[in-house]
Each structure stands twice: as C-alpha cells, then as structure tokens.
Design a protein around this ligand. Structure first.
Ligand SMILES: [Zn+2]
Length: 91
C-alpha cells in the first residue's frame, strides 16, 4: 500500500505542496528550507533556554564579561578610578 501523500501549505511561501510525511511542513524550495531551519533553531533555543535558565547568569556571562572587559580596558580603568575616588570621598 502506497503512503498517502497529503497536501500542505508551506508556512514560508504559502504555496501548496505534497508533504512526504506528518512532520514535513515546508516545501522544498531553498528559501523555505532555510526558514524551516531558522524556525527549528528558534524553537530549539527557546526550549534550551527554558531548560537552562541560569546559563546566561553564570559561567557564560562571566566569560562574556571577561571578554568584554579585555576588549574595553579603558572603560574599566576609568570605572575603577571613579570607584576609588568615591571610596576615598567616603573616608
Ligand atoms: Zn515554501
């Protein structure tokens, strides 16, 4: 028995196409396949972020801040000096 092919409408271009299976949602055009991948990544990342709510608050952020600090040494030098001056003013 041949598998019944259902006609679906591609959410990216709006055209109808023959779906190969239940999870086949986008047509085979390259732009629509790219849209499918982007949509999948977005969904995947959203789920991943829900599972790792502290990811950006912990190690990753610390690493990012370190990189940022290293690429903006001047900003932190000024900031530290301002902090020092403020601390001295309190004494
Ligand atoms: Zn399409």
């Amino acid at each position: 028995m041949a598998a019944r092919k259902s006609t679906k409408r591609c959410p990216a271009c709006g055209k109808e196409f023959k779906a190969r299976n239940r999870v086949h949602q986008y047509c085979s055009r390259e732009t629509c396949r790219a849209a499918r991948r982007a949509g999948y990544m977005k969904k995947y990342m959203a789920g991943w972020k829900r599972k790792h709510p502290n990811y950006w608050k912990t190690d990753r952020q610390r690493e990012y801040m370190k990189d940022w600090r290293e690429s903006h040494p001047e900003y932190f030098r000024v900031w530290r000096e301002r902090q020092r001056r403020r601390a001295r003013a309190k004494e």
